[in-house]
Design a protein around this ligand. Structure first.
Ligand code: HPA
Length: 268
């Protein structure tokens, strides 16, 4: 199915960009700033899973940011919706087949580290997969990558350094941290957050890690950015999806500036 999807997309956009960005909750506005846009609804791509959560869009947008061509995946599907791990990484695999070399993943996350604040952008340095599954479970497709891919440098050092420099020059307050991937959809309990802190996590979220694993399997270089939408359970009063969406939207402008600037510098 990923090959049929890749064939359809390369028919529609013959010269596919080398950079793709997955935009999470409320961050899809970046797509509107692209020039010479081609928009392809996920529903028109064979096999592509279509998101059902409010606030998550469902289309691919290819266009130019400055002089850089880029493919945006606006909206993703999550394990907690009942999608299989393979469906969750479908889009990333298709990007890999189309020749994408650099994948930027964005998401909304709860802050476990007390120095983080809602609205802050945090670059991921590593992750802890607590989702109880892995998109590489099942027979390995050797044409995509190895059975046992290395994860010791899942988040590309050079891209991370470029992200740091970009944030510094923009005067943006950006953190760095380890992302704990939870299955969801319930938010964590305060006890779970204490556990996550004890094992070295700085952020909790419900996405991204399957995509990182599938991308690394295929040898794509990865940069991942969490927008802190809330302090994790036990560090603030209550958590709500509305709050996550609102804070995500408020900091979308900053993330957009960052992405524009980062895209102008990154070499692929
Ligand atoms: N926990 C898990 N996922 C999240 C959170 C959180 O606190 N906020 C946004 N996504």
């Amino acid at each position: 199915m990923i090959r049929a999807a890749a064939a359809e997309l390369s028919r529609r956009v013959p010269d596919w960009p080398k950079i793709a960005i997955v935009l999470g909750s409320a961050q899809a506005s970046f797509a509107e700033s692209l020039e010479d846009r081609v928009t392809i609804p996920y529903a028109e791509i064979p096999g592509w899973p279509v998101p059902r959560v409010a606030g998550h869009a469902g289309e691919l947008v290819v266009g130019r940011s400055g002089s850089r061509r880029v493919a945006l995946l606006c909206g993703r599907v999550h394990l907690y919706e009942g999608w299989t791990p393979q469906q969750v990484v479908f889009g990333v695999r298709v990007m890999g087949l189309l020749g994408v070399k650099v994948l930027i993943l964005t998401n909304a996350a709860g802050a476990i580290r007390e120095t983080f604040r809602p609205g802050m952008q945090v670059f991921l340095t590593d992750h802890i997969n607590l989702q109880g599954t892995n998109p590489l479970c099942g027979p390995n497709d050797d044409s995509l990558g190895p059975r046992f891919p290395d994860m010791s440098e899942a988040y590309d050092r050079a891209l991370l350094e470029l992200a740091r420099q970009t944030a510094r020059e923009l005067g943006m307050e950006a953190g760095e941290g380890v992302y704990a991937a939870m299955l969801g959809p319930s938010f964590e309990t305060p006890a779970e957050i204490r556990f996550l802190r004890a094992i070295g996590a700085d952020l909790a979220g419900m996405s991204t890690v399957p995509e990182v694993i599938a991308a690394r399997h295929m040898g794509l270089r990865v940069l991942a950015i969490s927008t802190v939408t809330n302090m994790a359970a036990g560090l603030q009063q209550r958590l709500s999806h509305e709050e996550v969406l609102e804070t995500g939207k408020a900091s979308a402008a900053e993330l957009r500036r960052f992405l524009e600037s980062f895209l102008a510098r990154v070499e692929v």
